[in-house]
Structure formats: structure tokens, C-alpha cells
Design a protein around this ligand. Structure first.
Ligand code: SAH
Length: 281
């Protein structure tokens, strides 16, 4: 079963267990080996909307159950998903719960794991590459760069009710974090960009919107805080998308490696103006 996996003491998915696993942002190649090991063993895979269906082909023996829900709303439904996992485990299935990106990053993985443990169902957590890091990397944007930021803030663009999150201290974030990575931000981008500008961020600050990151449909919009709303309206970009605010976006001018694969030359070899590497040591 684990034939084509490298030599390693791979854990066995036992009946009655749930493995809560990140599927990465899209590209199936970004799965972890633990995720692949899980796919090979599961009786049932419960997957979210953001999991690329091609990944499920790697679990042909398993039943595939879609548990998608998009948008902010139904927390009751979330409870149903958690309880379904409990039922399957208690029925003696080997359960793989597969979630987009990393299960513990804006993915309610913590809630699901908690419910399972409260019901005495044993769990294993398998982290995944989160869209806010790996998705930006596929757009040629390093989430940290030593000339830009010593910290990065990951925020969600909406709260449990689907509204723009009112509990977020946008002033604090705007002042404290050179780079801001926004998940689920498309719906409320007008409000979010206005709040950031009000809190002192520049109209001309670079912004990138990366839609369907790491998939064949990846699209990237480079814009500014002042123009992001109108530029998005004039574009075809749709969620899921990651929005990155900060100067690291400029690094895409040199690091758009996917564009380079398609023969597009770098626009600027030194977008942050740090000079040749040799001069900087
Ligand atoms: N657990 C996931 C995030 C789930 S929240 C993770 O770690 O990546 C859902 C949000 O994630 C989307 O609204 C979007 O902002 C982001 N997202 C997930 N997959 C994405 C993708 N392929 N491209 C762009 N954004 C993505």
C-alpha cells in the first residue's frame, strides 16, 4: 500500500481514527507525504470545496464525501460535519478529513479536532501548505523578505457571520505589520482597503491578489491599495483569492518564476533597489 513512498516508518491509519489533513493550496504536488500516506489507506475521505478533485484520485479505494461550504455562514453545518466524522470513526472507519491549505489556518480544523477528542475519537493532525504562504510563493511573492518585513500578519476578511471582521484592530495591524496577508478578503475588500488607508497605509502601497493560486487557473492582479477595488471590478478574478498588502509584492517583478517558465522575462532584477548581491555581502 505504501509501496511507492520512500522508506520510512509510515504511520498506519487505524479503524476508528480520524486524520485531519491539509491538502495544500491546490497543486497536488504540494501535498505532504503524510497526506499521500493517508490517502492510500483511508476508507472514507471527507473533503472541502477547496480541495482539488484530482487529489481524490489518489484514494481510489475510498469513499469520497463532499463537505463543502463556501462563504461565512452556517456554523450549524460545521457542527454536522464534525459529528459526521465522529459517527464514521465510531462505525470503525479509517477516516481522512481533507481540508484546503493547512487545517489549522482559518480552516476550522481546531474546532473539528476538538469535537473529535471530546467524543473520544483519536486524531492525527497533518499540516499542509497554507495558501497565504505557498499560494503567494507560486505568484513569486516571498511572504517575508529581509528588506521588507520582520513580521507578517495573516488576517481573515470575514468573521463567522460573513461580515467584515469588526473585532480586528486595523489601526494596530496597519501600524505594526509591514506585510498583511488576507484570507477570504474578496467580499469586503472595499471596506478593508479603506480601513487600512484610514489607518495610515499609502494609497500607492503595492497589493497583489492571487486567485486560484497554484492551480492551472491561477491569476494574479498587481495593483495598489488605492486601486484594488476598481482594478478587481475590471478583472475576472474570483475567489478563492489571497490578498497581499506590502512591498514584498514588488519582488514579483523579479521572482515571477511561473511567468519565466512561460518565457516572460523579469521586469526588474532589483525591484527593492538593494543593489547587486555582491555589494551587500
Ligand atoms: N486552510 C486554508 C484556508 C481556508 S480559508 C489554508 O491554509 O490555505 C479559505 C481562504 O483561503 C480563501 O477564501 C482564500 O482566501 C484562501 N485560499 C485557499 N486556497 C486558495 C487558493 N488556491 N488560491 C487563493 N486563495 C486560496
Amino acid at each position: 500500500m505504501t509501496d511507492s513512498l520512500p522508506e520510512y516508518d509510515w504511520p498506519q491509519l487505524q479503524p476508528g481514527w480520524v486524520w485531519l489533513c491539509g491538502a495544500g493550496p491546490g497543486d497536488p504536488g504540494l501535498l505532504t507525504l503524510h497526506a499521500l500516506n493517508a490517502l492510500r489507506q483511508a476508507d472514507v475521505v471527507i473533503y472541502d470545496a477547496l480541495v482539488q478533485e484530482g487529489i481524490l484520485d489518489w484514494a481510489p479505494q475510498a469513499e469520497h464525501v463532499y463537505a463543502g461550504k463556501r462563504g461565512g455562514k452556517p456554523s450549524a453545518k460545521q457542527r454536522d460535519i464534525s459529528l459526521k466524522l465522529v459517527d464514521l470513526a465510531q462505525a470503525g472507519k479509517k477516516v481522512l478529513r481533507l481540508k484546503g491549505g493547512d487545517p489549522f489556518v482559518f480552516g476550522r480544523g481546531g474546532e473539528e479536532a476538538q469535537t473529535l477528542i471530546q467524543h473520544d475519537v483519536p486524531v492525527r493532525i497533518i499540516p499542509g501548505i497554507s495558501a497565504g504562504i505557498g499560494g503567494l510563493a507560486y505568484a513569486g511573492i516571498p511572504v517575508t523578505h529581509r528588506d521588507v518585513n520582520q513580521s507578517v500578519t495573516f488576517v481573515t476578511g470575514h468573521d463567522q457571520t460573513g461580515d467584515a471582521p469588526s473585532s480586528l484592530d486595523w489601526d494596530g495591524i496597519a501600524r505594526g505589520s509591514q506585510v498583511i496577508v488576507i484570507y477570504m478578503g474578496m467580499k469586503h475588500i472595499a471596506r478593508i482597503s479603506a480601513d487600512l488607508i484610514k489607518a495610515g497605509r499609502g494609497q500607492d502601497e503595492p497589493v497583489a491578489v492571487v486567485a486560484n493560486a497554484t492551480t492551472d487557473d491561477q491569476q494574479v492582479l498587481e495593483t495598489t491599495l488605492g486601486n484594488v477595488v476598481s482594478d478587481l471590478q475590471g478583472s475576472e478574478l474570483e475567489p478563492p483569492a489571497i490578498i497581499c498588502v506590502g512591498r514584498s509584492v514588488q519582488m514579483r517583478q523579479v521572482l515571477d518564476w511561473q511567468g519565466q517558465l512561460n518565457g516572460i522575462a523579469p521586469r526588474n532584477l532589483d525591484p527593492l533597489g538593494r543593489g547587486k548581491p555582491a555589494e551587500n555581502g
